[in-house]
Design a protein around this ligand. Structure first.
Ligand SMILES: Cc1cc2nc3c(=O)[nH]c(=O)nc-3n(C[C@H](O)[C@H](O)[C@H](O)COP(=O)(O)OP(=O)(O)OC[C@H]3O[C@@H](n4cnc5c(N)ncnc54)[C@H](O)[C@@H]3O)c2cc1C
Length: 322
């Protein structure tokens, strides 16, 4: 039977939630699930792949794969797909996923659909729903004449159940061909405000136009550092150039699913809600009692963010110190 290969990623030794989603979805297709794991974190984390549904693991723990390099990764991924005989490949529509898999598709003559928000697999038939024209409408994409189908899914679109630690997988260590590289990654500089990628964060503190100016994000950074949270933003402030696009939550930004989402000075436009309404607990701080965000919020605080946020930060500091 044709297999599903899942391209997996680790962060701080833990399998990313986006990879957990893909593995668990792959297991529901009824096809054998192969996980590809590259880099030194993959070796210690390999068991986690089995716990989320991988039956086979193709592992290459070479430190050369610790930083993303498209030339190196595209050869490894292409070889792994061919070795596994996978007809369906699932990966995250992260910036590296979107950079990598068109290259892989070109190498092996596969079809590729990116930015999936829904996927259905029935035998060889794969349908992927994806936003078009910056989220103004959705398209359903299907493959034609593609023996190998590559689907890049947005994070936090598929459900994740708890890991089943009784599951095991066959782990095969593998050395993929290393091409002579034309580019080398010398250093990776993380954005100062992004502790953990938004899509993986358990607590998110997001700011909107109600913060008035870019400098006032420091108030959110203070709250976030007390809570161990990642800072996000609405599109209005991204478009204004206050923060980078990697911090945007919403239909045309990232979809988040944290345990706690704190929205500060965000009105709650439908496009913003599309990216955060899967959060477990939503706290909204807004000085307009009629702001639409309050309809989604678990707890609403009507008031001036400039008074409330510093008070919350101080209170959390005291509580969490114990
Ligand atoms: C195709 C398309 C895609 C889009 N994609 C996205 C997306 O991915 N993500 C996204 O966020 N938006 C997206 N948008 C934009 C969206 O429609 C809104 O314009 C945007 O979310 C508004 O951002 P905001 O809430 O920060 O600003 P505003 O709507 O201006 O809201 C600011 C809020 O701050 C409150 N406020 C003001 N002062 C204070 C204060 N002192 N204390 C507390 N509260 C205060 C106000 O009451 C108001 O509710 C998209 C739009 C389109 C058309």
């Amino acid at each position: 039977m044709s297999k599903v290969l899942v391209f997996t990623e680790f962060q701080n030794g833990n399998l990313k939630r986006s990879s957990q989603e893909l593995l668990q979805f792959a297991a529901t297709t009824g096809k054998p699930v192969v996980a590809l794991a590259l880099g030194s974190q993959a070796k210690t984390g390999a068991a986690q792949l089995a716990h989320h549904g991988a039956q086979e693991v193709l592992l290459c723990a070479d430190t050369a794969y610790d930083a993303y390099n498209p030339e190196l990764f595209s050869v490894a991924a292409a070889e792994a797909i061919q070795q596994a005989g996978a007809s369906l490949v699932l990966a995250s529509a992260s910036s590296s996923g979107k950079d990598l898999f068109p290259r892989v598709a070109a190498k092996i003559g596969a079809g590729v659909v990116s930015d999936g928000t829904e996927i259905t697999v029935s035998g060889d038939d794969v349908k992927v729903k994806k936003p078009m024209y910056a989220g103004k409408c959705f398209a359903t994409a299907q493959f034609e004449n593609a023996a190998t189908k590559i689907v890049l899914m947005r994070a936090n679109q598929l459900p994740v159940a708890a890991a089943d630690t009784s599951k095991t997988a066959t782990i095969t260590e593998h050395a993929f061909t290393k091409p002579s590289l034309k580019t080398l990654i010398k250093e990776v500089v993380k954005g100062a405000s992004e502790k953990l990628d938004l899509t993986e964060a358990n607590v998110v503190v997001s700011g909107g136009r109600g913060l008035k100016e870019a400098a006032n994000f420091s108030m959110l950074n203070d709250l976030a550092s007390v809570l161990g949270a990642t800072v996000g933003a609405s599109r209005a402030v991204v478009d204004a150039g206050w923060v980078g696009h990697s911090m945007q939550v919403g239909q045309t930004g990232k979809t988040v699913a944290p345990t706690l989402y704190i929205a500060v000075g965000i009105s709650g436009a439908i496009q913003h809600l599309a990216g955060m309404s899967g959060s477990k607990v939503i706290v909204a701080i807004n000085n307009d009692p009629n702001a639409p965000i309050f309809q989604k919020a678990t707890y609403g605080i009507v008031g001036d963010a400039f008074e409330i946020v510093p008070k919350l930060t101080e209170e959390f500091k005291k509580i969490l110190a114990h």
